[in-house]
Design a protein around this ligand. Structure first.
Ligand code: G6P
Length: 490
């Protein structure tokens, strides 16, 4: 954290993302502040708190619109402000085209191998372009110097780096792509592929979670635009400007803020079981995510269904708590998933449940970080079985929550996190049989083995925390800036 502030002293930092770190919602009890369910926010918020500066994002709460002036520019975090949240307001039409359409029906399924066909509508893309322009204007309006450090986040803003570069040629633009990058052939079906690559190459540094995603991006550059690629430096020279392509595996803050106020593991175990109406010795598995088709929620439930047939001893002794926060519900693919999951949970509970025993508890509502951490601490196992995931920070949060060094993590081989957390039980979420075995193994793992695995994983997350993620990127940015300054002097 200290290195971050040192490296950045005297420079201006501007973060740009679609999702805002704090949402002001109007409820019956007045204005309530919500922290959204977003890996991006979980990672960037502590970093921005440490750096200070301005975070520009789409104003998404229900309270904001009513008195736009009051919520236009807010000092956050509310209890101890250290940076400015600057909201950009989008019309219904802009949200439809840019957020739901181009970003979430186009780029999201394109980048995740999720078997949901991406939809590419020209009208959505026009809106996407227009909203990127709108954010570029906001960056220029917020920038107090001609050479700020700008941190552009994610697939909502593929065109923004180029637009900023045109307006602020001396800015250091660090772009991070929070989701996977598909191989060149898959990417090639996107009608806007050249424009996307051109947009991203406006960045000084472009980061992905893994080296594989960097390689895929370099292949896309190689295939679709005229440029010079230096495979040794992992850089692209395009239109006379160089962009460095680097893997920066994202992480969480250590120790997490949400851990500070937590009760002991014993108390959490007790409190959660009592709240869910479960006996004290009930074994609990948890899955916590947004209700997204990339997370493998249906496949996971089917595994639990089979578990009770293949390992009937768990009937009555094991409950799976699936927290699924509603997300992007305007889109048919998300609504269908929710309906399917609800029907499947009912069906499993009817077939395997008994009086007073429901094997699946499906909690379809947003849980704040404190509730999430309490659940992690109460659980015996945590299951992250995404079909495809850039990194997945839930896996790292579970590990961070277990300061008692117990609990077992079942983790998809197709989540970036599996590269770092190799002591988890790594599974192929498409292999139902092997997943069932992993559940049984997790439920029967001796405490000593749990401890050994958990210790190694905790060491990893402690060391490779989010400050290191941001630190490495910003260090690279500041070196680059120094080098460019010297070159300008010559
Ligand atoms: C993923 C994306 C983030 C996004 C988050 C929540 O982690 O990479 O950009 O913020 O999902 O999705 P939402 O659409 O609600 O912002």
């Amino acid at each position: 954290r200290a290195t971050l502030s040192n490296e950045l002293s005297g420079s201006e930092v501007i973060v740009v993302s679609n999702r805002e770190p704090y949402i002001h919602n109007r409820t019956e009890d007045g204005i309530v502040l919500q922290i959204p369910a977003s890996g991006l926010v979980a990672a960037l918020e502590p970093v921005t708190r440490a750096c200070g500066g301005t975070w520009i994002a789409h104003g998404s709460g229900t309270a904001d619109r009513e008195s736009v002036d009051a919520y236009d520019r807010v000092a956050v975090p509310p209890d101890n402000p250290s940076y400015t949240l600057r909201r950009v307001w989008l019309t219904e039409e802009e949200q439809e085209g840019y957020y739901y359409g181009a970003a979430n029906e186009g780029l999201w399924p394109l980048c995740h191998i999720a078997f949901v066909r991406p939809a590419f509508r020209e009208s959505d893309w026009r809106m996407y372009r227009a909203v990127n322009e709108k954010f570029a204007e906001a960056v220029v309006a917020e920038a107090k110097r001609e050479d700020p450090v700008i941190l552009v986040q994610d697939y909502h803003f593929a065109l923004l780096p180029r637009m900023i570069r045109e307006r602020l040629p001396r800015a250091t633009i660090v772009t991070f792509w929070h989701i996977p990058w598909p191989n060149a052939e898959t990417f090639g079906i996107c009608p806007w592929r050249e424009e996307i690559v051109d947009g991203l190459l406006g960045s000084s540094i472009l980061g992905f979670h893994t080296q594989a995603h960097c390689n895929h991006f370099l292949d896309a550059v190689d295939t679709y635009v005229e440029s010079r690629i230096d495979r040794e430096r992992d850089s692209v020279t395009y239109g006379g400007e160089e962009t460095l392509i680097r893997p920066y595996p994202i992480s969480i803050e250590w120790p997490p803020t949400a851990l500070a106020g937590q009760k002991s593991i014993e108390e959490c175990r007790h409190a959660v079981r009592q709240r869910l109406g479960l006996p004290p010795d009930m074994r609990i598995g948890v899955g916590i995510e947004r209700f997204d088709y990339t997370k493998g929620i249906i496949d996971r439930m089917q595994v639990i269904d089979n578990l009770f047939t293949e390992y009937p001893e768990w009937k009555g002794r094991f409950v799976f708590v699936q927290v699924a926060a509603p997300t992007r519900s305007k889109l048919a693919s998300y609504r269908q998933l929710q309906e399917e999951a609800e029907a499947l949970a009912r069906d499993i509970n009817t077939r395997h449940g008994t009086e007073g025993y429901e094997p699946i508890k499906l909690l379809i509502r947003h849980h704040g970080p404190d509730q999430v951490f309490e659940l992690f601490r109460a659980a015996d196992i945590c299951v992250v079985s995404s079909l495809h995931d850039g990194m997945n920070l839930v896996a790292k949060e579970f590990v961070a929550a277990r300061d008692d060094e117990s609990g077992v993590l079942i983790l998809s081989a197709f989540a970036g996190a599996s590269r770092e957390l190799s002591e988890a039980l790594i599974v192929n979420p498409y292999n139902a049989h092997a997943m069932g075995e992993a559940f049984n193994r997790a439920l029967t793992m001796p405490p000593e083995e749990q401890r050994e695995r958990m210790r190694l994983m905790r060491d990893q997350v402690r060391e490779r925390n989010v400050y290191r993620w941001a630190g490495q990127m910003l260090l690279a940015a500041s070196r680059l800036r120094k080098r460019l300054r010297i070159r300008r002097l010559i």
